[in-house]
Every structure is written in structure tokens, then in C-alpha cells.
Design a binder for this molecule. Structure first.
Ligand SMILES: [Zn+2]
Length: 371
């Protein structure tokens, strides 16, 4: 992956390349950024530049043998570690490396939920255990294949078991020569402070709306600029969220959400039950998208209700919805509705029964709306 394929973040790219060109290669770096920000592609572009045999001013050449191998994530000096589902027999990454490569090549902005869905396991928890830490140690003790740097890319180190994290810390404390650690995390706070203190921080912020809108139109050429900007604003710098909205049709989310709230307000229990069936039929990712969209719309309504009209970011039919629905908000229910949606999101992630969850949410919403 070359820097040119990483969306936006021009200043950060220039800084990373500048450091490399001046020969400053930190032993360990932590690429931390929220979902859909591009911390993983940024780390991969960094690795490709580092290993490139004909580095340009602004990017890896893309054509040397090393770049060709990096384009398939198959460079022998690029080592990968990521969370997996443990089985009786398998507790290390090696058997899944092919799957991970395929997933990341298809979606370089991959997140943990997509990875989990791809693995399709009965087991619920993605982990990195001590076997993976040992695998990391073993791989780094090998000689560099091409005689240059060895790169160890650790994706989502926050999912390491404590024993594994301590083992990783040992490896970070006693670095093998020419070894470069690229830790790629969403949430630095979940990492051991001792690991944090060993790694140089590379913050990858959420994408600005204009850059995100451009990227979206590259993926969805049929999308108009206004619609792309609206989705970009609504997805708050998260490329995956934006792609999700554009792919599923934001219209569908809007219509479902509006009709559901209407049913709750009118206390139409039968309609709410029927919508619950529909809700359960869609997959978990769609359910999460709907709830996140609901949270977004509630924020817009709250802004409208607080007379902060200038901050409200809605388009088309949403304007009418926000203008009407914000009249139903009051000091008591605004926060309650937000909390209910937040908690529904958590429960969907934990695999709650969607029909039960949706009915429960509907009843609470009826109460909150009619007091
Ligand atoms: Zn190259």
C-alpha cells in the first residue's frame, strides 16, 4: 500500500516520510486512530516506504521487487500479528495470515467487526494470547530476508491478554537490531502504560469531511457531491461508516428510523412489533448502523431544540424530521433517549436477541416520548 492510496492526512504523511528520509526510524511506533481514520493503511504505507528499494520524495516507488511483494502483503520481512478466535488446536496467527491479507487487501480500512464477521466462528472473543506473543518473538529472531529492516505490524494490540502484553513488552524492551514495530490501535488507553512508553505515538485523526466526501465519490461514482458531503458529515470522519451509509442507502436508514419513532410516539404497538421483525432480519452491522444513525439524528434534534440551528447538519427530508421531532424533546427525555440508544448499541455488539432488544427499546421510547 502506497501513501498515495491512504486518504487525506497530507501533513502526517509528509512528517513520516521526512523522518524516514532523515534516517530516523523509531524502534516502535503506535499508529493510533479511531475506526475508519486510516491508521492501518497509514502504517502499511509506512512499512512499504521503509522497505522500498527506490524511495521517492513523496512515496514508495511501487515497482521494485520489495514494493511488489508489499502490494500483496507478502514481503518476507513484513511480519503480521492480529487477534484471532482461539480453538483447542490453534492459538497463533499463522493459520489465519492468508485470510487477514485477503481481508486487508480488499478493505485496507478494515475494522475489528468486519474481521470478526469474516472469521465466522462460534467462539465470541477475538484475542491475542501468549502464543501470539511467542510467535512475534520467534519471527523477530530470524535474520532479515533482504538484509534491511524487519517490520512487525501488530494490529489491535489492545486485544492482547495481559500475559501476552507483558511478553510483548519484553520484546520491546530488548529490541533486536533493525526491527521496527508498528502497533496499530484504536484505543491507546487500553494498552499497558509500559508499552505506551516504549512506542512513539503517531496520531491518525478522524478524516475531515471534505477528504472523506472525495474518497466516498471515488468508491461510489454515482453519488452526488451534496449527498457525499452529507454522508461525510454524518459519519464523523469514519470512512467505514460513510461507506456503509452510501452502500446501504442512507434513505433506508432514515425511513426506518422515522417510521419507528412515529410508531413509538403514537404508541402503535403492533407497528412496532412488525418493525422489530424487520430489524431482526437485517444483520448485526445494519442494526448497529441504524442505532448510530439514530444517535446522530437525536444529536441534531437536541441542537435544534437548544436553538443552535447553525450547528444542525441535515439535508432533505431530515430537515423536516428534525424540525418536527425536536419539539417533542424536553429536559427529561433528551438524555434518556440518548442513553437508550447507546445501550442498545452495546447490546447489539454483545449479540443480544434483536427482536427482544428492539421491542424493549420501543417500549422505553414510547414511555420517554409520552412521559
Ligand atoms: Zn519500491
Amino acid at each position: 500500500m502506497q501513501f498515495s492510496r491512504v486518504i487525506g492526512h497530507a501533513a502526517l504523511k509528509a512528517k513520516l516520510i521526512g523522518n524516514l528520509r532523515e534516517g530516523r526510524v523509531p524502534h516502535a511506533q503506535l499508529f493510533v486512530g479511531p475506526r475508519g481514520s486510516g491508521n492501518l493503511p497509514m502504517a502499511m504505507a509506512y512499512a512499504q516506504y521503509l522497505l522500498c528499494e527506490d524511495q521517492g520524495q513523496a512515496d514508495a516507488c511501487g515497482t521494485c521487487p520489495s514494493c511488489l511483494q508489499m502490494a500483496k502483503l507478502e514481503h518476507p520481512d513484513l511480519h503480521l500479528a492480529f487477534p484471532i478466535f482461539f480453538t483447542e488446536k490453534v492459538k497463533s496467527c499463522d493459520p489465519f495470515t492468508g485470510d487477514w491479507r485477503t481481508a486487508v487487501l480488499a478493505e485496507p480500512y478494515l475494522d475489528i467487526a468486519q474481521w470478526r464477521d469474516l472469521l465466522e466462528s462460534e467462539n465470541k472473543q477475538l484475542r491475542m494470547g501468549v502464543d501470539i506473543a511467542q510467535e512475534i518473538q520467534r519471527k523477530l529472531s530470524l535474520k532479515s530476508f533482504r538484509g534491511g529492516h524487519k517490520v512487525m505490524l501488530v494490529w489491535m494490540p489492545e486485544l492482547m491478554d495481559p500475559v501476552a502484553a507483558n511478553k510483548l513488552l519484553k520484546v520491546l524492551e530488548e529490541p533486536e537490531p533493525n526491527t521496527v514495530f508498528l502497533l496499530v490501535a484504536n484505543d491507546a488507553e487500553q494498552l499497558l502504560a509500559t508499552i505506551l512508553s516504549r512506542a512513539q505515538l503517531v496520531k491518525v485523526p478522524a478524516l475531515p469531511a471534505d477528504e472523506l466526501a472525495d474518497a466516498l465519490r471515488e468508491r461510489f461514482p454515482e453519488l452526488g457531491i451534496t449527498e457525499a458531503m452529507a454522508i461525510a458529515a454524518r459519519s464523523e470522519g469514519d470512512l467505514l461508516e460513510a461507506v456503509d451509509m452510501a452502500g446501504k442507502g442512507e434513505e433506508a436508514l432514515f425511513v426506518f428510523f422515522r417510521d419507528w419513532l412515529r410508531a413509538c410516539y403514537r404508541r402503535e404497538v403492533v407497528a412496532a412489533v412488525e418493525m422489530g421483525e424487520g430489524f431482526a432480519k437485517f444483520g448485526r452491522e445494519w442494526q448497529k448502523s441504524l442505532v448510530r444513525y439514530g444517535l446522530y439524528m437525536m444529536r441534531q434534534c437536541a441542537l435544534q431544540w437548544m436553538k443552535a440551528d447553525a450547528l444542525v447538519r441535515v439535508v432533505g427530508q431530515e430537515q423536516e424530521f428534525v424540525s418536527n421531532f425536536s419539539k417533542l424533546l424536553n429536559e427529561r427525555n433528551a438524555e434518556g433517549i440518548r442513553q437508550e440508544l447507546e445501550s442498545a448499541h452495546v447490546h447489539i455488539e454483545r449479540n443480544a436477541n434483536p427482536k427482544v432488544l428492539f421491542m424493549d427499546l420501543s417500549y422505553r421510547m414510547m414511555g420517554l416520548l409520552r412521559g
